[in-house]
Every structure is written in C-alpha cells, then in structure tokens.
Design a protein around this ligand. Structure first.
Ligand code: HSE
Length: 374
C-alpha cells in the first residue's frame, strides 16, 4: 500500500525504518515542517500529501494538535486509513475522526497512542466484544516510571533522572506533560472511551509525579512499598470513574515490579478476573512497531472497529482509596484522616476517600504531595 508519513522525529524516523523493511508498505513521502526539508523524500506540502489519490495509508507521528488535526481530518475526508501515535490530538477528536472515517470509507487506528509497543488497544477492543470490561490499572508513562525507578534504585535526583529520560527519547517535547500527568490523562481518556463506548472528551485533572521527592521514596521503602504512577479506571453498567495519581504499592504488587521506561497494565473483567500486559511504553522503535502492526492489519483486511455510540456517566464515587499526604499545613480536620498511622508531623493517612480529597487538600496547600496508599 502507498503510504505517507507525517513527522520525522523519534517515532516518525523509526516508522520509516521499519516500514522500509516491510513488504507491502511503501512510504513515498514524509511531511516535515519547512525548516526540516533537507532530504529528497521530505515535503512541507502536508495537505497535498494526505489528499493525493495515490496515498492509501497516512502514518501520523506529529507532536501536538496542529497541524496534526487539520491533516488527519483532510486525510479521513479523502477516505484514507490514518494510523496515529498522537494521543493529544486523538483524545480531543476521536469521536469526530471515527465519524469521518465511517462517512468516507477510511479508518482511524490508534494502537501506538497508548502503551507504546504494547498491543493494549487491540486487547481492549477484542476482549470488550465478549463482555463489559470492569476496570483498568496501568503504568502508561515511561518517563515517569523511569524517573521513579532511578530515584528508588540509584538515589538519582528527580532532575537528573528527567534529563536522562529526555536523552533516551522517552520524554515528550515538553516534559511537563510527562511529570504532571497530562500524557497519562490523554491516554486514560482514550482507554475510557473504549471501555465505555462513549465520546469521553474530558476527565478530572491528573496528579503527576512532580511533587514526589527523595523523602517520599524513603517513606515508601520504610513501609515495604514502591511508588508507581498509575492510571485507574472503574466501569460499571453505564457509569465510570478515573484517577491518575502516584500510588504507593506493596513491593509484591505486579505493577510495582515494573522498572525503567517500561509500561504495564491490568484489565479486569468478570470472566477472567484480571490479566496483564507488560512492555516498552515509550521510545521510537516500540511505538513505530505498533503503528506498523496496525498497517499490517490493514494489509490483511482485519480491523477492530471503535464504536462510541453510548453515553456513559462519570461517577466520582466509584473510586475509593486510602491516601498519603505530605504537607506542612494542619489537615487534621479533614474527613477520613488518621493522624496516628505515620510517625511524622507532616504526613497524613486518609482512609476510604474518593478523589474529592485531592481538591480539599489543595485548598489547604496547593504544593502538598498527594498519592494513593495501598
Ligand atoms: N512521553 C511518553 C512516555 C512517550 O514517557 O511514556 C510515550 O507516549
């Protein structure tokens, strides 16, 4: 099939390399911004490329919303198959893209946008055909996981670990998206859309890892725990809830064993209880491999359709957790507080609270470290 590639950064250049080895996929032209047009197969004529009658597949690996959104829409309006790794643009527009694909005969494929090289989206779409999936927990940001495990194993400072993740090509162009949880927010929104078959376009704000310090790593170790940044989803008969936050996990928890830039996820359903995925969630080649796998599905004539024809209701009460809060303010009047559990004046345990606790703590101290305690 004749293919066009949009973007030639970490993921785009890997897509070109892997596609060139793949019989049946022929990337003829690559869209890049004007300042980068320095190879014979580069062009900055994005619209002409994606509407060219010879183009059948468009691989979209641009960062951010524009020009990605305009080019994806043009491609879908011209009946192309669009394979995207761009969670920012997909999370804001997936329902529109699905409708455009349906109307004009193309498709939108999103495997690489969540979990990098892990076939998580395929798994969700496949399993969900048989029964309602009840829950999800996962590590979805390789950069955050890399930082947490570097701090935990080697005592690396937060800033040095972030620099190393950037050098390795895991981090977003703006790493604030990684450490403040925005990248996971995009991915969780896509997972929630698939789980609920609903056009989910917003979720509560995430808690990232930026407030965690060496002190928190020591607290975790002292209690036999490891900190991981998790996306949590509960889905029950037309209602759903999500939470994105650091979680102090028992050391023997499956997700606590996931190190470096790796991602892992657990899917919950009545028939199988839980099952897990594990693999590289960031980096050029793993993410590109997921995009090539989507293209091979097209070559094989095998696609898993995404349907968003329901309207699930967000119910914040579906999630209840215990929480650890580190702050210099006095939180002893907040509901659910246990002031005896930690032997330190600046640490609080809150028991069986919904994520509404986050806002209550932030009103008292916007800089507080807030995490789930399991
Ligand atoms: N910055 C992302 C991460 C890349 O660290 O997981 C993959 O989406």
């Amino acid at each position: 099939m004749n293919c066009a590639l949009l973007g030639y950064g970490t993921v785009g250049s890997s897509v070109k390399k892997l596609a060139d080895r793949q019989p049946g996929l022929d990337i003829r032209i690559v869209f890049v911004k004007p300042e980068f047009v320095d190879l014979p197969f580069f062009s900055n004529e994005g619209e002409a490329i994606v509407t060219d009658p010879d183009t059948e597949i468009v691989f979209e690996c641009l960062a951010g919303v524009e020009p990605a959104n305009t080019l994806i829409r043009k491609a879908l309006e011209h009946g192309k198959h669009v394979i995207s790794s761009n969670k920012a643009v997909l999370s804001a527009n997936l329902p529109d893209y699905i409708e455009l694909a349906r109307k004009h005969g193309g498709s939108i494929q999103i495997e690489a946008s969540v979990g990098g090289g892990i076939p998580l989206i395929d798994g969700i779409l496949k399993l969900d055909r048989a029964e309602e999936l009840k829950g999800f927990e996962g590590i979805l940001n390789g950069t955050s996981n890399y930082i947490l495990t570097s701090m935990e194993k080697f005592g690396t400072s937060f800033d040095d670990a972030l620099k190393a993740a950037q050098a390795a090509g895991y981090a977003e162009a703006d790493p604030a998206n990684d450490i403040e949880g925005r990248d996971v927010w995009y991915k969780t929104l896509l997972v929630a859309s698939l789980y609920t078959h609903s056009p989910v376009l917003t979720l509560p704000e995430p808690l990232g890892i930026s407030k965690l310090s060496a002190e928190d790593i020591d607290i975790a170790k002292a209690h036999g725990k490891k900190i991981r940044h998790l996306s949590i989803l509960k889905n029950e008969s037309g209602s759903f809830s999500t939470l994105i936050a650091p979680v102090f996990l028992n050391e023997n928890d499956y997700l606590a064993s996931v190190d470096e830039n790796f991602n892992a996820q657990k899917i919950y359903a009545d028939s199988f209880g839980s099952l897990g995925y594990y693999g590289p969630g960031a980096g050029g080649d793993p993410t590109a491999q997921a995009m090539i796998a989507d293209a091979i599905n097209l070559l094989d004539g095998c696609r898993r359709p995404i349907t968003l024809d329901r309207n699930a209701v967000y119910d914040p009460n579906l999630i209840q957790e215990n929480w650890i809060v580190r702050t210099d303010r006095d939180l002893s009047s907040l509901p659910g507080v246990n002031t005896e559990f930690f032997d330190a004046d600046n640490l609080y345990l809150f028991e069986n609270r919904t994520p509404a606790l986050i806002e209550e703590v932030r009103v008292a101290d916007p800089q507080a470290m807030i995490a789930v305690w399991r």
